[in-house]
Write a protein of this length. Structure first.
Lengths: 485, 476
């Protein structure tokens, strides 16, 4: 049995029945990593020794019969923008290549409390800015389905690691589609919860009002299991919601009879890849066959989403990244005086996309431009939120393609930032509105590249999202297909 | 040309919370550098601020005490600029929606109350401190102060003279100290003042171009810096020049203000709403609760001291300037001290002794009850007023009870007419020439005789009896 192929729930079962040990599992995963990582390059840091210790601990508890924690002994990869105490946390940036946090993010502490095993930290677009993981300050990650193609981004390392079975599941972060888009392009399940559902404490900020931690898994049940562990109010994050967290696995097996599915017409536009369009229409048919009712709806302000997003996200980023000044931690490039040190440090520490966004955001917040850009974008954001509120009076869930195209070739769009920004066209509105959304595999192109189906839910209604996604997944076998590595 | 001065003050007050505004670190002053820091106040990647509720409570308290409107919905904003003592590269402050607005503080000008408008009070975090000494070609950064909660209290341009500015500062400081929200220590920097000042010809309604003066860290410097700046601006205007809008730094050693940066070099702080904090929503019940916890404020107390204790305004003014002083005074009165004589002792001997020792009423070991006991000894003629002064000093230094001191030192007043007569006779016979001159009309010599009698009785003789007896005997 190839243990690394398994899902969370399958590994839990084997561990509980003592058919395998936690060490067996982590060893299998590291054997897989050793076999494919030099081609996939999903990770920036592997924590082999720590993982072995964690697995040993987990097994001790299992042997001692200590009451089970949710994720005991399960190997997870974590995107390298979540702080892990004593383990480098770089955001794939030269700026933080030497940064070792003396504190733990809330999500990883929750995983720790649940007995997880950390395989390592995954590659990403620098500071989560990008849609292809090509903006990593260290190396490019390949798409396991075709190593000449990008895995998507910014959580490309996490999506790739899950797709290549270099971990059982992974954490990512999603500011404009950074979990769902790579999940779709790598053929795995990616969930961005409602803004405020999962604590951001310890997540290195890109755009604070949009950033949300979420999951990359091999199936929807695993998403629910992982969501159970990481969700809930955190007193250290004022923007986390003080709401009770349901057992997300509880609704998975409910049928979807009578569920109203909104099909927003603005998401089926000129320029969308034909294979993707037909795969998504087929998925809608499938859902209809399972008892759901599709309804065409309209989100009229969709066309302004990308413009508003790139103003708000860059504005916040320009401020969030000001702390990397060479004074306290991270890279310092010496200079003649203070100003010179600042300039050298930031010139050498940041890559070109990060610099581009800092400049954009600094400009849009500048006196004289604030009203025309930042303020206007906030107003657009309100309209986009209202669009969703309006349609959610008519429907329970929205179904759309996750991406307009399948995975593109490495280097194909790096010279054209605007083209790159368009790859998030279907995912960005969800972040602006703070809604929960998932991407599940819904087919393959003739070139054997995965296609993703996006389900968008109401605020804090992850349950309906998971329930419909699970029903769909269980009626197909797209999620069972594995890349040939 | 006659000019009118227009001044507005921006005051930063460090709040007396135990912990910082967005993390749990201590706010204690004077610790070893960087020992009161954590990932949050150092601005490490990924950490988040959480508002200290007590800081909000203090800001609202101050708003209520200055008659402000308390915003039910206010918001934090980021003020972006680079500086090594600012670990995040931005300061979390309030901008568009401050927690308190539209209040005032009353000051006394020419015997009348003048209202100085409060534009706004907002909360923000303090920055750290750069240290340049002993660091060679580098500078050190101490982040102990980073994240200490501040209130910025912005006045309307209602102040018309440096003296009014000082009155305003003193009143504001008294209010803050009454509320217990700031210790008001200008030297240590827990109360800081920036002043905006402009001139305009008398009767002109538009404001002139203003300058902003920074680094004013004492009441004396408020007055001096503003007086200097008025003279400087008049000189510029009268020599045909124009005032440049700029930030100027007060140099206390040279007694001048100097240009720091002009309008063109002014920072663009790129304010925008702080996305890491939710808006501050203040419930009405909460405001009511804070309002009911407010102490009696200086103005109300002063009026009460005048009406209840019959004190002159000037006495009341001085006594209410500090709450502990007013409390001390009132305790003595409640214990039976005559209000005016208690006031005299407090404002006179007590303040003199405390000032000499550089102490405040809070470190004073002399208790109100001891003063009252001493006043009783005076009232029943056990000691004279003159003796009382030395008894008072003795209580102040030793802490002993007044009657013990009087007994130990044998200071009981001599009111035995026989004993006094003996002393009087002795002195008159010792100075026959002076007695002769007195009898020939040189009446001012009476004082000399009184002095001599007091000398031989070691000051204990009842002065009235000595006077009466001397007059009688010398005239006979």
């Amino acid at each position: 049995m190839e243990l690394f192929r398994l899902s969370i729930s399958e590994v839990i079962h084997l561990l509980e029945t003592k058919e395998v040990s936690a060490q067996d599992v982590i060893n299998a995963v590291f054997q897989r990593i050793d076999a494919v990582e030099d081609r996939v390059k999903a990770y920036v840091t592997l924590t082999r020794e720590k993982a072995l210790k964690m697995a040993e601990e987990a097994q001790k508890e299992i042997n001692a019969g200590t009451p089970g924690t949710m994720l005991r002994g399960i190997p997870f990869a974590v995107k390298d923008n979540m702080c892990t105490k004593g383990i480098p946390t770089t955001c794939s940036s030269k700026m933080l290549s030497n940064f070792i946090p003396p504190y733990e993010s809330t999500v990883t502490s929750r995983l720790s409390e649940n007995g997880y095993v950390l395989t390592g930290k995954t590659n990403m677009d620098e500071f989560a800015m990008g849609s292809s993981t090509e903006n990593s300050g260290f190396h490019v990650t390949g798409n396991p389905w075709n190593l000449e193609r990008i895995p998507g981004g910014s959580s490309g390392g996490s999506a790739s690691a899950v797709a290549a079975d270099e971990c059982i599941a992974a954490l990512g972060s999603d500011t404009g589609g950074s979990i769902r888009q790579p999940a779709a392009l790598c053929g795995v399940v990616g969930m961005k919860p409602t803004y405020g559902r999962v604590s951001r404490y310890g997540l290195v900020a890109f755009a604070s009002s949009l950033d949300q931690i979420g999951t990359l898994t091999k199936n929807v049940r695993d998403t629910a299991l992982l969501m159970n562990a990481i969700s809930g109010h955190d007193p250290r994050d004022s923007t986390s919601a003080p709401l009770p967290v349901p057992d997300f696995t509880g609704v998975l097996d409910k049928d979807i009879q009578g569920i109203k599915l909104g099909i927003p017409k603005e998401y089926f536009i000129e320029g969308i890849d034909k294979d993707i369009e037909s795969a998504v229409y087929a998925a809608i048919k499938k859902l209809e066959g399972l008892g759901a009712t599709p309804v065409e709806v309209s989100l009229p302000h969709t066309e302004y989403a990308i413009a508003a997003y790139y103003i708000l996200a860059t504005s916040e980023a320009s401020s969030n990244l000001a702390r990397y000044d060479g004074v306290k931690y991270g890279l310092r490039a010496e200079g003649r005086d203070l100003m010179d040190m600042y300039l050298n440090t930031r010139a050498r520490g940041f890559g070109s996309e990060v610099k581009r966004r800092i400049m954009l955001g600094t400009y849009t917040l500048s006196s004289g431009y604030y009203e025309a850009y930042y303020k206007k974008a906030q107003q657009v954001r309100t309209l986009i939120k209202q669009d969703f509120e309006d349609v959610f009076r008519q429907v329970d869930l929205l179904v759309t393609p996750t991406t307009p195209t399948p995975a593109f070739r490495i280097g194909e769009k790096t010279a054209d930032p605007l083209q790159m920004y368009l790859s998030d066209i279907f995912t960005i509105s969800v972040n602006l509105a703070g809604l929960p959304a998932i991407s599940v595999p819904c087919g393959f192109t003739p070139d054997n590249l995965p296609i993703g189906l996006q389900c968008i839910g109401k605020h804090f209604d992850e349950e309906t999202v998971l329930r419909v996604a699970h029903a769909y997944e269980q009626s197909t076998d797209w999620h069972r297909r594995k890349p040939d590595l | 040309m006659k000019y009118e001065t227009v001044i507005g003050l921006e005051v930063h007050a460090q709040m007396l919370t135990d912990t910082k505004i967005f993390c749990g670190c201590s706010t204690k002053f004077g610790s070893e550098p960087n020992t009161q820091t954590c990932p949050v106040c150092i601005g490490m990647p990924g950490v988040l601020p959480v508002l200290n509720k007590k800081a909000l409570w203090f800001a609202i308290k101050t708003g209520l005490a200055t008659d402000c409107r308390i915003s039910s919905f206010s918001r934090f904003a980021r003020k972006n600029y680079f500086y090594p003592d600012l670990p995040k590269g931005y300061q979390i402050s309030q901008y568009e929606l401050p927690v308190c607005e539209h209040g005032y503080i009353g000051i006394i000008v020419d015997g009348n109350v003048k209202k100085i408008g409060i534009t706004r009070i907002h909360m923000e975090e303090d920055a750290g401190k750069n240290i340049h000494e002993g660091a060679g070609t580098y500078s050190f950064v101490d982040l102990n102060r980073a994240g200490v909660p501040l209130m910025e209290i912005v006045s309307e341009p209602d102040i018309r003279s440096p003296q009014e500015a000082v009155e305003y500062m003193k009143k504001l400081r008294a209010i803050l100290r009454y509320l217990g929200v700031c210790d008001g220590n200008m030297e240590q920097g827990s109360l800081r003042c920036d002043a905006n000042i402009s001139l305009r010809p008398v009767n002109q309604t538009e404001f002139g171009t203003r300058t902003e003066i920074k680094n004013i860290n004492s009441f004396r410097f408020v007055e001096k810096a503003l007086e200097y700046e008025i003279k400087r601006q008049i000189k510029v205007i009268e020599s045909g020049g124009r005032i440049v809008q700029e930030t100027r730094l007060w140099d206390p050693n040279r007694g001048v203000t100097e240009s720091m940066r002009g309008k063109e070099e002014a920072h663009d702080y790129r304010y925008f709403p702080e996305p890491d904090l939710v808006p501050v929503v203040v419930e009405k019940e909460w405001i009511d609760e804070i309002r009911s916890s407010l102490p009696e404020l200086p103005d109300v107390k002063r009026e009460r001291f005048v009406s209840e204790y019959g004190l002159p305004e000037t006495d009341a003014d001085l006594l209410v300037s500090e709450k502990p002083l007013a409390d001390w005074y009132e305790e003595a009165v409640k214990l039976g001290g005559q209000p005016k004589s208690v006031a005299n002792w407090v404002m006179g001997d007590l303040m003199r002794l405390l000032n000499a020792d550089n102490k405040t009423i809070e470190d004073c070991s002399l208790k109100p009850s001891q003063l009252v006991d001493m006043l009783r000894l005076m009232d029943d003629d056990t000691i004279s007023g003159k003796i009382a002064k030395s008894v008072f000093e003795e209580i102040y230094t030793t802490g002993k009870a007044p009657d013990v001191i009087v007994k130990e030192k044998g200071l009981v007043q001599i009111s035995d007419s026989g004993e006094i007569e003996k002393a009087v006779d002795e002195i008159i016979s010792k100075y026959p020439k002076e007695a002769e001159r007195y009898r020939f009309g040189e009446e001012k010599l009476l004082g000399f005789f009184v002095g001599q009698v007091m000398k031989v009785t070691k000051g204990k003789a009842n002065p009235q009896m000595v006077n009466d007896l001397l007059r009688k005997k010398l005239s006979s």
